[in-house]
Design a protein around this ligand. Structure first.
Ligand code: ADP
Ligand code: MG
Length: 308
């Protein structure tokens, strides 16, 4: 059996979204401990995917400060960096935790590319930190960045966020799974590439990690897609009067609630969309739940189950 398990970017950062090594290590240890019974299970392979929002933000900022020594590094390079960075930490922690229990599990990280198309109508997504108007104007003229106004006040860099069309490197993931490895893939939503005349070239964009995970889960014909985050599942009237946490959600109902605006685009929206796409394509269930309850969520005892 193969389970695709998506870890939120926030879940692999420390309190206040700190991404210093010790905070990250502690967050990854707690996530992997929660998954340990599945990691050591003989008849199950995990494909762990992960976000990278706070991590890309830090890298971009550090490179800006490095001035001419650091610039320019395209966003797809930063995403590739976070795949190796976070992926290798997951690999180390996974192997150490199993060894400490006298067991053995092997992990490998796949630098995963994802095929997209970018055009004038591609939605934009804000990334990185908030800037003042003056800073934003300076960055726009120096680096050609597109700056977008943020509802919280200030400006952020806007980058195209196209829907993933296809995850490349699926054959590499399959080969590793067949070889007995757990695999880390689709980090940060994958390294976006466009195709021209049969050649893939990286492109300046970011892809949502939940949608990427769903595409990968479908391509692998995985037995379960589990999206783990920092809330216990999917709610209607979230943080409003009449808030209600859902235990089960049929895809038709999920789509109706999505269209009604219950799930915002930058957070719960892509998770529900990802779950719908997987459930419709495979006829199997997806689940959205809390990373803290990971084991119970993967056993479908906690979280919101999206039913085909
Ligand atoms: P991740 O890093 O795991 O991708 P996100 O911040 O993107 O996390 O999405 C999870 C967040 O979605 C939760 O922290 C919650 O605040 C928010 N959210 C928005 N709408 C809902 C909803 N209807 N039900 C549950 N959570 C919601
Ligand atoms: Mg998210």
């Amino acid at each position: 059996m193969v389970y695709v398990v998506a870890l939120g970017g926030n879940a692999i950062a420390g309190p206040g979204l700190r991404v210093d090594y010790d905070s990250m290590l502690a967050a990854i240890k707690s996530a992997m401990r929660a998954l340990l019974p599945l990691i050591v299970s003989r008849d199950l392979r995990l494909v762990v995917t992960h976000g990278n929002g706070p991590h890309v933000g830090l890298l971009a900022e550090a490179l800006l400060r490095a001035g001419d020594h650091g610039l320019p590094q395209p966003l797809h390079v930063l995403t590739a960096m976070t795949q190796a960075w976070i992926g290798s930490m997951i690999k180390h922690v996974g192997e150490v935790l199993t060894r400490e229990r006298g067991l053995e599990a092997r992990f490998e990280v796949v630098a995963t590319r994802v095929l997209v198309e970018v055009g004038p109508n591609t939605p934009m997504k804000p990334v990185g930190r908030l800037y003042t108007r003056e800073e934003a104007e300076a960055l726009a003229s120096r680096l050609g960045w597109v700056m977008v106004e943020d509802p919280r006040g200030g400006w952020r860099r806007g980058v195209p966020s196209p829907p993933p069309l296809k995850v490349l490197d699926v054959d590499t993931v399959t080969t590793l799974l067949e070889g007995g490895f757990h695999v880390v893939a689709c980090g940060g939503g994958g390294i976006p590439v466009v195709e021209n005349d049969g050649v893939y070239r990286p492109v300046e964009a970011v892809v949502d990690k939940d949608l990427c995970s769903s595409k990968l889960a479908v391509a692998l014909d995985a037995d379960l897609l589990a999206i783990l985050t920092d809330v216990k599942g999917v709610a209607v009237n979230y943080r409003k009067p009449g808030e209600r946490w859902l235990r089960e959600l049929k895809v038709d109902e999920a789509r109706r609630l999505l269209e009604r605006g219950e799930f915002p685009p930058g957070s719960m929206g892509p998770k529900v969309e990802a779950a719908i796409q997987y459930a419709e394509a495979t006829g199997r269930r997806a689940v959205i739940g809390s990373l803290k309850e990971a084991y119970r969520v993967l056993r479908l005892e906690s979280g919101t189950i999206i039913e085909p």
